[in-house]
Design a protein around this ligand. Sequence first.
Ligand code: HEM
Length: 457
Amino acid sequence: MSTVAVASDPSQLKSAREDIKELLKTKFAHPILVRLGWHDAGTYNKNIEEWPKRGGANGSLRFEVELKHGANAGLVNALNLLQPIKDKYSGVTYADLFQLASATAIEEVGGPKISMKYGRVDVSAPEECPEEGRLPSAGPPKPAEHLREIFYRMGLNDQEIVALSGAHTLGRSRPDRSGWGKPETKYTKSGPGAPGGQSWTIEWLKFNNSYFKDIKERKDEDLLVLPTDAVLFEDPSFKVYAEKYAEDQEAFFKDYAEAHAKLSNLGAKFDPPQGIVLDGVTGEKFVAASYSSGKGSDMGCGGSKVDDLPLVTRCRDRKELIKAASDHRYALAAAHVLYFHSLRDVGEAIRRFVDEELVIASSSSPGSPVLTLPSREGKSRPKSKNSSSSTSISHSVDDSSHNKRKNKEEEDIEDSHLHLSSGSELNSDSGHIHIHDTSEEEEEVAATRSAFNFLQF
Ligand code: HEM
């Protein structure tokens, strides 16, 4: 096994890609190669600047010490499949080979074209492997928090978490590797490839959006849903994307391709620094024309030989901005959903406070406002205005100035109603805040609808 830290050679990369395609025709190893690429890159920690300490796509997963990490169970099989190709092309690094194999596998089973770049430098010794525990667990106590903790550390966001999880449209989970899944199902008992395991989708060697559709419907016991898969339809922010991808495969392909390219570059050191592009497609940004019909919409500003003219550049920038705005609408909508949830919580807290803790009492002396506090902590208070068992704090003020202020306060109460669409209202007669009970689902729908209405343009 090579331990030399060198970057890759473009012509060898292209030949290696052809060899990977040949390998896939007989071994059907697409899913495990995708998992290999993800597990090499997914150790990245954006808070560590130094390479290779920061982890990421640097080929460290070839070393036994890292292959033995619990999360990597079974990946030695993927390495063994690729080793002959590595031996044949000394000008291709492990780091590049893992990412090349993963992207090629996605494309070969009908997935989007991914704008990859190569030239990743390999780490050279097992001491440079990351410590265990940087990859996600499938069954943590709080799946949404866990996914955010792990993926935010990599610099990825909610949308990218959901899109990348869609890679589970491929492959199976095996109890003898990860501990998850059934030993076999009607969809896996006869392969292709080594039989067994439990897949997330029926056609687990086809890349499409069935992962999202199947989790949503959950009608087949033979299909796997890990806790970290289920949460994509439970967490309000993840759910916006999961629903979108279940409805719209093209949107999924677009977001997946961009997120995959980004993932593949995490923590990598490139030589040359700008990387090597094999197919004339650069950057992480998804090019619509390059994944579907080959003639996708370019919003009227692409594919010409005058690509560098200022007008064309501006047109291209405009296209990017429109796309980015469209993407951010979903993030903004998700943020609004969270915001409305928080409003509801605040409303609940105020209601509890008013009901249980605070009693406004009228004073025996008209000149002294009285705030009556509960006498025993945590006990519900009677709603009587003159509870004798309450502790009173009163403060006396000069009568005339007090009366002026009182009048002012009354005016304020009358004038300063805050109307919330979530159903809270201030009743100035009783001095109570009323919060109507609305079902959680209704609130969520209303919140999402109003966020979307707000965002229509
Ligand atoms: C979101 C957090 C994730 C968790 C908790 C998770 C967990 C798992 C588990 C438990 C398995 C089964 C492994 C086995 O038993 O062989 C698996 C398989 C797989 N994972 Fe993930 N995964 C996650 C994200 C991803 C991502 C981001 C990708 C790729 C972009 C990915 C791609 C795959 C693939 C393709 C397989 C199937 C491998 C095979 O069939 O051999 N996973 N994952």
